[in-house]
Design a protein around this ligand. Structure first.
Ligand SMILES: [Ca+2]
Ligand SMILES: [Ca+2]
Length: 469
């Protein structure tokens, strides 16, 4: 809690600097409640910050839950190896893969980034692939040769699918006050294809690995609360429509609300994890039992298997529990004057229409630490048209080639400390919060233009607020 004298002192200082009257200043500040300090509710991580801010479990777990968390942690972090191996519980990697462990992309449970040097291996970024022509509301059509994802690595004896080079075009612009800025628009060159030429109409969707904090809390937001926010035809006329994603759940075969992934591609942590084991690491599970090879990839199909499935339901379950119980770090600057100014602008500019600050989790979630919590994820978990500049042109179920799911903003300010970079957005093109906002278009065009019209001080306050989340 803030010491009683801290806020008045800070206010006094700000008053002196700004030369504003007391009423003017108060009017510029958003109201705050102490609850905002704890984005994950009672389980918020208040103990471990800095480079490990994303790694601890929710606070207040039972001893049994903690044990399951740390067991899941080991399967998330450990490197899987080629089959056959003496370590039977962790063989079966590949033969095609993007990485050897979950933690290789989600380093410190944090955010990946695109390669920045020409010779850097592709790790925290992956390319999803498909061909045009999927039926509306259905899964993307995989390429018959390269499948649904590009794997740039393979075990010895099997050809990797391609190498990827990222080139960047500079885009220039300026704020309304004349301050210039430059953005970088990435292009992806797929070179040395291992299985013949890539089709001209291949759809390529670049995605960086998001931080995996607070996943269980997002899973515990009742579906009805998310659906209630959807406004598909913009009935209230604010230019923001918000649509529900529905994707096929591999567990039930039915359509279910898509919550995870940049387009809400996965309905549950179980589906997301099974998909990652399969697509990212070449490991089969009961949900994705066949090898991650297409028919023409014969060397791949002939490679030794690490078991049937390679990842047991018990291990998959442990990884899911691990994700469910990962905490979200405490907000240390929630009550600063500048942050409160920024919070007010965040609402005024319309950011909060999509990055909805608050939610409440269901009362019957998997753990008491997940149940009935007042949380501050800053997302509506809905799809929004973000305009042509951010478009990947690759529809996924209900999401068009221009739509993305609002990403949660909690913890975003700690990515630089955890992952030593400040890259944001689905493909990591933005260098920091200001660039992320400047790329907003489509339904968020109004919010972006309002941001560009702010004074330098106001922009700094808004960025300080986002950085304080
Ligand atoms: Ca395998
Ligand atoms: Ca592939």
């Amino acid at each position: 809690m803030t010491r009683p004298s801290a806020l008045p002192l800070a206010l006094l200082l700000a008053l002196t600097l700004a030369g504003a009257g007391c009423d003017d200043l108060e009017a510029e500040l958003a109201p705050v409640t102490a609850a905002e300090r704890l984005p994950a509710g009672a389980g918020t991580n208040t103990l471990l910050l800095g480079s490990n801010a994303f790694t601890p479990p929710l606070e207040g777990l039972t001893a049994e839950e903690e044990l399951a968390f740390y067991s899941g942690n080991s399967f998330f972090s450990q490197a899987w190896v080629a089959a056959p191996a003496s370590t039977d519980a962790r063989d079966g990697l590949g033969p095609l893969f993007n990485a050897r462990s979950c933690g290789a992309c989600h380093a410190f449970d944090g955010r990946g980034r695109p390669p920045l040097e020409a010779d850097e291996p592709l790790l925290g970024l992956l390319l999803r692939l498909s061909l045009p022509g999927a039926a509306d509301d259905e899964a993307p059509l995989p390429d018959p040769v390269y499948g649904g994802q590009l794997q740039p690595f393979a075990l010895p004896g099997v050809a990797p699918e391609a190498t990827v080079r990222v080139e960047r075009d500079v885009v220039t612009g300026s704020y309304d006050d004349g301050t210039p800025y430059t953005l970088e628009r990435p292009r992806y060159l797929l070179e040395a294809p291992g299985y013949g030429a890539l089709p001209d109409d291949l759809e390529v969707s670049p995605r960086v690995a998001p931080q995996v904090i607070g996943m269980g809390l997002l899973e515990a937001i009742p579906e009805a609360a998310i659906v209630a926010r959807a406004d598909a035809d913009d009935a209230d006329g604010d230019g923001i429509s918000g649509r529900v994603q529905r994707v096929r759940d591999p567990r039930t075969g039915a359509l279910a609300l898509g919550r995870f992934g940049w387009k809400g591609d996965a309905p549950s942590l179980e589906a997301q994890s099974a998909g990652a084991f399969h697509g990212d690491m070449g490991l089969t599970t009961s949900l994705a039992p066949g090898p991650e090879c297409t028919d023409p990839q014969t060397d791949c199909a002939a490679s030794p298997s690490g078991g049937d499935p390679e990842v047991s339901d018990a291990i998959l379950g442990r990884v899911v529990t691990y994700l469910q119980l990962l905490a979200v770090p405490v907000r240390t600057r929630w009550n600063d004057v500048e942050v409160r100014r920024g919070k007010r602008l965040f609402t005024r500019l319309g950011c909060a229409s999509c990055h909805v600050p608050e939610a409440r989790t269901a009362d019957d979630a998997a753990s008491p630490a997940l149940s009935g919590q007042r949380i501050f994820p800053y997302t509506d978990l809905l799809l929004h048209d973000m305009g042509p500049d951010l478009a990947d042109g690759r529809p996924v179920f209900r999401a068009s080639g221009q739509e993305w799911k609002t990403p949660p903003l909690w913890g975003i300010g700690r990515i630089p400390a955890v992952n030593k970079h400040d890259r944001l957005l689905h493909d990591g093109r933005a260098r920091g919060v200001a660039e992320a906002i400047l790329w907003h278009g489509g339904e968020a065009e109004g919010a972006r233009d309002a941001f560009k019209a702010l004074s330098a001080d106001e922009r700094a306050a808004l960025i300080a607020f986002v950085g304080s989340l």
